[in-house]
Design a protein around this ligand. Structure first.
Ligand SMILES: Nc1ncnc2c1ncn2[C@@H]1O[C@H](COP(=O)(O)OP(=O)(O)OP(=O)(O)O)[C@@H](O)[C@H]1O
Ligand SMILES: [Mg+2]
Length: 239
């Protein structure tokens, strides 16, 4: 479903060129839950931005459902993103003065007004992320974990085929993180949603089918749950 072919990304600032991605090759199947780990600055968020069509590779191609997102115009990419992609950012990026419901509904406004049908989608989502009854509350009055769940509901409101999450549990305690991860896993299993999650937390990564380790703009190692040495690997990591 997602094919990344020899993707390179460099940033040019004045005289200086930084090579951030140095040739990434990666295939992700439909319904797969993948975690991306690796040191700070190794290019994880940059890859996520490219996968989401928020930015373009300097070289190489990214195919999503056989469509090359790297050759689309900006307008085409925006439409594609709205249709197929959901984003969860580390800092939530909620609109603080809007209510919970208004925040969740935000991606829906792009294609017209709120219909009754859309309203019921929002109520269902509120329920499934455990925020029933809080829809009318202003987003900035919620706790961190609740805000993160609003961000998840917002990312899911369009039923995106692909969910991209950049450290979705980064600011949460273990208990809250576990709730969020369980929720993501449920959407992954029930709706066959493809999830790509960047995380620094091996506990979070343990929810994924496959862990991709980044190092200095390249894929250093890939470990899958079905691999024989997966348990040993995780034990080493935790030690
Ligand atoms: N728009 C940009 N312009 C210039 N340099 C950038 C830009 N975006 C990212 N970089 C650089 O690319 C490198 C990789 O950044 P990226 O955000 O992808 O790292 P990361 O692996 O997500 O790190 P972290 O774990 O800290 O979030 C960094 O050195 C960063 O400074
Ligand atoms: Mg990052």
């Amino acid at each position: 479903m997602i094919e990344v072919k020899n993707v390179k990304k460099e940033f040019i600032q004045g005289q200086e060129t930084t090579q951030v991605l140095k040739g990434i090759d990666l295939n992700i199947g439909e319904g797969e839950f993948v975690a991306i780990m690796g040191p700070s600055g190794s290019g994880k968020s940059t890859l996520l931005q490219l996968l989401g069509g928020l930015d373009l590779p300097s070289e190489g191609d990214i195919y999503i459902n056989q469509t090359n997102v790297s050759t689309m115009t900006e307008k085409e990419r925006t439409l594609f993103r709205r249709k197929y992609m959901g984003f969860i950012f580390q800092n939530y990026q909620l609109l603080p003065t809007l209510t919970v419901e208004e925040n969740i509904a935000f991606p829906l406004h792009a294609d017209g007004s709120l219909t009754k049908e859309k309203n019921s989608i929002i109520l269902d989502l509120l329920d499934s992320v455990g925020l029933k009854g809080l829809g009318r509350k202003r987003a900035n009055l919620l706790s961190g974990g609740q805000q993160q769940r609003v961000a998840i509901a917002r990312a899911l409101v369009n039923h995106p085929a692909v969910l991209l999450a950049d450290e979705p549990t980064g600011n949460l305690d273990r208990h809250k993180a576990e709730e969020i991860l369980a929720l993501m896993l449920r959407f992954n299993r029930e709706s066959n949603q493809t999830i790509i999650m960047v995380t620094h937390d091996i506990f979070a990564a343990g929810f994924a089918d496959r862990i991709i380790l980044f190092k200095d703009g390249m894929i250093d190692q890939v470990i899958a749950r079905k691999d024989d040495d997966y348990a040993k690997y995780m034990a080493n990591f935790m030690a």
